[in-house]
Design a protein around this ligand. Structure first.
Ligand code: F6P
Length: 547
C-alpha cells in the first residue's frame, strides 16, 4: 500500500451518508414497504445459487447508492484486485492473503514472490485425497494392524473451529462408520472426554496447527501421544501410524516426533481463520470424502469469482459488508445475531465469531493511527428455532437494536413429515415480525385490555437480512463461508484496518506463560503482579493445597 490512506470519516460519501442518516433515521420499514410495493423483490440479489434479501434493513435506494459510493471511494476495487493478485496486504505481518488460492482450480495461476502457488495447493490436495481414501478404505492401518475408526483433530482457533463447523455442517455426507472428535481446550477435560470411550489402536490424531507452537495444541498433542504410547506398552514406534500433522512449520513437526512424510502442508499466506479449506480441512476430507471436499472448494471458488468480478451493486459479499457498516457505524448497532435455521449449522455462529471478530476487532488503522469510529460488532447466535425460545424476546422487545442474519435452505436433507415447512414458516415469520411488529392499536383491536396492551406491542423496525439457498450441500457451505469471508474483507478495507493479523491475542498468551510456573512451583513464588492477580494466584495455590 502506498501513501497514507484517508480515514473513512474524511471521505465525501461518508459525509453524505451522515447527512442522509439524519434524514432517514426515523423512517420505518412499514412505510418503506407501503411506499414501494416492489421493495421486497428489488432489494434482493442472487448469485451462484445464493439469494440475499436485504429489503428489511432500514435503508432506501439512496442509502445503497451512497454506500456503493463509499466502497468506490475507499478503493475497495483495487484492494480486491490486490488480494487476488497476491499482494502483501497483511501489512503488519508482511504477508499475502491468499485463501482464495486454496480453491483456485487446477491449471490456474497465482504468484507469490515469483512462485505459482496453485500447483502447490493441488499437490497437497492430492496428498490429502490419497491419505483420506486410505483411511476411509481401511488401507491405512493402526500400529497393531487394526483399521482406523476414530479421528481426533487436535487444534484451536482456526485450526479447530473450521473443522468442527464443517464436520457438523456436512454430517449428512459423512462416513458414518467412523467417529470424529475435536479437542481444542487446554482444559484437560476436553481430551479426557473426547478419548475416554475410544480404543487407541483404532484412533488417528491429526495435530493441526499453523505454527505448531500453540500452547493448547502442543499440550493436548503431548497428552494424546502419552495416551497412545501407554496403550502400546511404551512402544514409541506406534506414533507414526497414529499421528499426522497439518502445519506450515515442518521443523516443529519433526521436533515433535511426527515424520514429515505424514505432514500436510499449508503456507503463511493462509490466515488461521481462513484455513478450513487448506490441509486444516483434512478431518473434513476424511469425513466427507475427497469428492465432496472438492465440491466444497468449488463452492468457495464460485463465490470468490462472483466477488472478484461482479459489479458492486449486485455483489453479495459487498452488499452484506456495506449493510454491516451502515447498521454498525450509523445506527450504532453493537451486535449482530447470526441465526441459521438448520441444525447442521449449529457451530456456524462460533466459527463466524473468529472470522469476524479476530479479523475486524481492531482499533488502529493500517497506518497505526487510533480509530475514532466503531469497527467490528459482536457476533453471536444459535440455530433456529431454538433461539426463539430463549433470547428472541430481547431482539423483539428489548431496548437494543440487534440486526439479524437469517440463514435458511428451501429443501431439507432430512425431510421428515411437515418439519421443514414449519421450520421455514418460523424463520420467515421472525423476519416479518421484527420488521413490521404490532402496534398498540392492533393489539387493542385484538381485545387486549389497556393495562396489558403495552406489553404486547412490538415496535418492529428491527433490521434483518435473509440468506437463502436451495439445500445445504458441501458446495453451498463453501459459498456461504466465502460470502462471510469477503463481507469481512469489505468491512475491513472500509474501516482501514488490517483484517489479517491478530496481535490482540498475544499479551494474554505471554502473561499466562509467566503465571504457569507460579501456579506450579512447590516453593512459594515471588509474585510481582497487581494485587488482584497476585491474590488470585495465591487463592488457586491455596485451594490446590487443600486436596
Ligand atoms: O490465538 C489466535 C490464533 O493465532 C488464531 O489466529 C489461530 O487460528 C489459532 O491461534 C491457532 O493457531 P495455530 O494454528 O498456529 O495453532
Amino acid at each position: 500500500m502506498e501513501g497514507k490512506v484517508k480515514s473513512i470519516t474524511e471521505l465525501n460519501a461518508w459525509k453524505d451518508l451522515k447527512v442522509h442518516y439524519e434524514k432517514i433515521r426515523g423512517t420505518c420499514l412499514r412505510d418503506l414497504f407501503a411506499d414501494d410495493p416492489e421493495r421486497g423483490e428489488r432489494m434482493t440479489a442472487e448469485a451462484v445459487g445464493v439469494h440475499l434479501d436485504y429489503s428489511k434493513n432500514i435503508i432506501t435506494y439512496e442509502t445503497i447508492a451512497l454506500l456503493l459510493e463509499l466502497a468506490e471511494e475507499s478503493g475497495l476495487r483495487s484492494m480486491i484486485d490486490a488480494m487476488f493478485r497476491g499482494d502483501k496486504i497483511n501489512i503488519t505481518e508482511n504477508r499475502s492473503v491468499l485463501h482464495v488460492a486454496l480453491r483456485a482450480p487446477r491449471g490456474s495461476s497465482i504468484m507469490v514472490d515469483g512462485v505459482d502457488v496453485v500447483p502447490m495447493v493441488h499437490a497437497v490436495l492430492d496428498k490429502m485425497a490419497d491419505f483420506a481414501n486410505r483411511v476411509r478404505g481401511g488401507q491405512w492401518k493402526g500400529y497393531s494392524g487394526k483399521r482406523i475408526r476414530n479421528v481426533i483433530n487436535i487444534g484451536i482457533g482456526g485450526s479447530d473451529l473450521g473443522p468442527v463447523m464443517a464436520y457438523e455442517a456436512l454430517k449428512y455426507f459423512s462416513e458414518r462408520t467412523m467417529t470424529f472428535r475435536f479437542v481444542s481446550n487446554i482444559d484437560g477435560t476436553d481430551f479426557a472426554e473426547a478419548s475416554q470411550d475410544l480404543d487407541p489402536s483404532e484412533t488417528l490424531f491429526i495435530v493441526s496447527s499453523k505454527t505448531f507452537t500453540t500452547l493448547e495444541t502442543m499440550t493436548n498433542a503431548q497428552t494424546a501421544r502419552s495416551w497412545l504410547i501407554q496403550a502400546f506398552d511404551g512402544d514409541e514406534k506406534a506414533v507414526a501410524r497414529h499421528f499426522v500433522a497439518v502445519s506450515t512449520n515442518s521443523k516443529e513437526v519433526a521436533d515433535f516426533g511426527i515424520d514429515t512424510a505424514n505432514m500436510f502442508e499449508f503456507w503463511d499466506w493462509v490466515g488461521g481463520r481462513y484455513s478450513m479449506d487448506s490441509a486444516i480441512g483434512l478431518s473434513t476430507m476424511i469425513s466427507i470424502g475427497p469428492k465432496n471436499f472438492l465440491e466444497l472448494l468449488d463452492g468457495f471458488h464460485q463465490m470468490d469469482e462472483h466477488f472478484r468480478t461482479t459489479p458492486f451493486d449486485r455483489n453479495l459479499p459487498i452488499l452484506m459488508g456495506l449493510l454491516a457498516i451502515w447498521r454498525n457505524n450509523f445506527f450504532g448497532a453493537d451486535t449482530v445475531a447470526v441465526l441459521p435455521y438448520d441444525q447442521y449449522l449449529k457451530r456456524l455462529p462460533a466459527y463466524l465469531q473468529q472470522l469476524t471478530m479476530e479479523s475486524n476487532g481492531k482499533c488502529v488503522t493500517v497506518d497505526g493511527e487510533r480509530i475514532d469510529y466503531q469497527t467490528s460488532p459482536i457476533y453471536w447466535g444459535e440455530p433456529g428455532t431454538n433461539g426463539q425460545h430463549s433470547f428472541y424476546q430481547l431482539i423483539h422487545q428489548g431496548t437494543r437494536r440487534i440486526p439479524c442474519d437469517f440463514i435458511l435452505f428451501a429443501r431439507s436433507l432430512n425431510p421428515l413429515g411437515r418439519h421443514h415447512e414449519m421450520l421455514l414458516a418460523n424463520v420467515i415469520a421472525q423476519a416479518e415480525a421484527l420488521a413490521f411488529g404490532k402496534t398498540l392499536e392492533e393489539v387493542k383491536a385484538d381485545g387486549v385490555p389497556d393495562w396489558l396492551a403495552p406489553h404486547k406491542v412490538f415496535e418492529g423496525n428491527r433490521p434483518s437480512s435473509v440468506i437463502l439457498a436451495e439445500r445445504l450441500t458441501p458446495g453451498t457451505l463453501g459459498k456461504l463461508v466465502a460470502l462471510y469471508e469477503h463481507s469481512v474483507f469489505t468491512q475491513g478495507i472500509l474501516w482501514r484496518i488490517d483484517s489479517f493479523d491478530q496481535w490482540g491475542v498475544e499479551l494474554g498468551k505471554a502473561l499466562a506463560q509467566k503465571i504457569i510456573p507460579q501456579l506450579e512451583s512447590d516453593l512459594e513464588p515471588e509474585l510481582d503482579h497487581d494485587s488482584s492477580t497476585n491474590n488470585l494466584i495465591e487463592r488457586c495455590r491455596k485451594f490446590k493445597r487443600l486436596f
